[in-house]
Design a protein around this ligand. Structure first.
Ligand SMILES: NC(=O)c1ccc[n+]([C@@H]2O[C@H](COP(=O)([O-])OP(=O)(O)OC[C@H]3O[C@@H](n4cnc5c(N)ncnc54)[C@H](OP(=O)(O)O)[C@@H]3O)[C@@H](O)[C@H]2O)c1
Length: 362
């Protein structure tokens, strides 16, 4: 079967032939429909994040997948049936075996050394014609969402981060009205849409692009205000617009968490999602420390998501307007055309938001 991989020492993905995987005990065989590409994939390709499976010279890419159950284990305790459309979660137990995080269904809270991540860190991903997975890591979705199912994983990431940020404000009456999303990549735009549907009165989204740009069109179609970080850095947003109750960082730009402290309103919270490279720079640590304490502000880091977040994300996906899905997904390419799904690697000249590789159809 065809698989899209990154080899050790290479800087671009390639398509290779691999044997179709045989499901082990308790595992389903899944025929892949589509696999999305996101900012994390580029970090993996560049080698700045994640790692190869032990002893392997390549990593099968892809962690945002949707597929159809092709085979189930005979003795599986599952509600799944052959033909069901499913989305796989990303984390799996490390070679040492399951630990308490997995036993509690909270693999998303495991530190990196207690887990592997398919397509990202230490385990092959889903960018192949078939993949296998223990049935407990497959979440079913309605057939009519199959073509968009690769958006479930990123939506689940945001759902978890928003949940954890809100939980940090749950000890008092918190009634957020304004939200700022840092980053106009797919994660940022999906989150902007999710926040709009959660009743925020005023939403903002930060980017660094000139008009015309498809991401700015999406931001404005969602009723949010586009903020250009080149004209208005994050810590100047209170002066130009307003201090905001909630900030969601999805740029991976390492100054943003510190600038966000200044942009938050009293009692506000910022969720940090980005995965920056190492970068040393000066900040006034004393001032930030004092600002966090005296205004009851919080910074919450968030990575990955668990099965519960995936199940909630299926409902969120169904609830998103169809124009948004269509505008966000700027290209779906057959595997023979996979390079077009990685425009940042292969010098694509199109302005893309979200791309995916299609392996088969329902
Ligand atoms: N924590 C988690 O579980 C998790 C899960 C998925 C992704 N992530 C991380 O979250 C981040 C966002 O993901 P993504 O898939 O949306 O990535 P993406 O497509 O690369 O989007 C990042 C966006 O941020 C913008 N940006 C970067 N620096 C900026 C700056 N200084 N000012 C204004 N805009 C800036 C980029 O603008 P340009 O395109 O114009 O350069 C880009 O549109 C990545 O770092 C990714 O690794 C984390």
């Amino acid at each position: 079967m065809d698989a899209i991989v990154i080899r050790r020492g290479e800087t671009a993905p390639e398509i290779v032939g691999k044997p179709r995987p045989d499901p082990g005990p308790g595992e389903a065989l899944v025929r892949t429909l589509r696999v999305g590409v996101d900012g994390t994939d580029y970090e993996v390709i560049r080698g700045s994040h994640g790692g190869y499976p032990a002893g392997e010279d390549h990593l099968v890419l892809g962690h945002e997948a949707v597929g159809v159950v092709a085979e189930l284990p005979a003795d599986a305790e599952t509600d799944l049936e052959v033909g069901d459309v499913v989305v796989p979660t990303v984390r799996r137990p490390p070679a040492a075996g399951a630990n308490g995080y997995f036993e509690r269904g909270e693999a998303d809270m495991a530190p990196p050394e207690r887990t592997v991540e398919r397509g990202i860190d230490g385990a092959h991903g889903f960018m192949a014609e078939y993949f296998t997975s223990p049935v407990e890591y497959l979440v079913s979705i309605p057939d009519d969402l199959a073509e968009w199912g690769f958006l479930v994983e990123p939506i689940s990431i945001s759902g978890k981060a928003i949940e954890h940020a809100a939980a940090s404000r749950s000890a008092f009456e918190w009634t957020p009205e304004s939200a700022l999303v840092l980053g106009n990549g797919c994660l940022g735009l999906l989150t902007l849409a999710m926040l709009g549907r959660r009743g925020y009165d005023r939403t903002y989204c930060l980017g660094r692009r000139d008009r015309p740009d498809p991401t700015i069109d999406v931001i404005e179609h969602l009723g949010a205000t586009y903020v250009d970080s080149r004209a208005t850095p994050v810590d100047e947003i209170p002066e130009v617009y307003e201090s905001v109750d909630f900030i969601y960082e999805a740029t991976g730009y390492a100054r943003h968490p510190f600038e966000a402290v200044e942009a938050l309103a009293p009692n506000g919270v910022a969720a940090l999602l980005g995965l920056p490279d190492s970068w040393a720079f000066e900040v006034d640590g004393g001032r930030l420390h004092e600002e966090l304490v005296m205004h009851n502000k919080a910074l919450v880091g968030s990575v990955n998501s668990n099965r519960r977040h995936f199940a909630a994300a299926v409902e969120t996906l169904a609830d998103l307007p169809s124009w948004l899905r269509e505008d966000l997904v700027t290209g779906v390419y057959g595997r023979e055309d996979y390079r077009r799904a990685f425009p940042d690697t292969f010098d694509g000249d199109e302005r893309t938001i979200k791309t995916a590789v299609e392996f088969s159809t329902i």
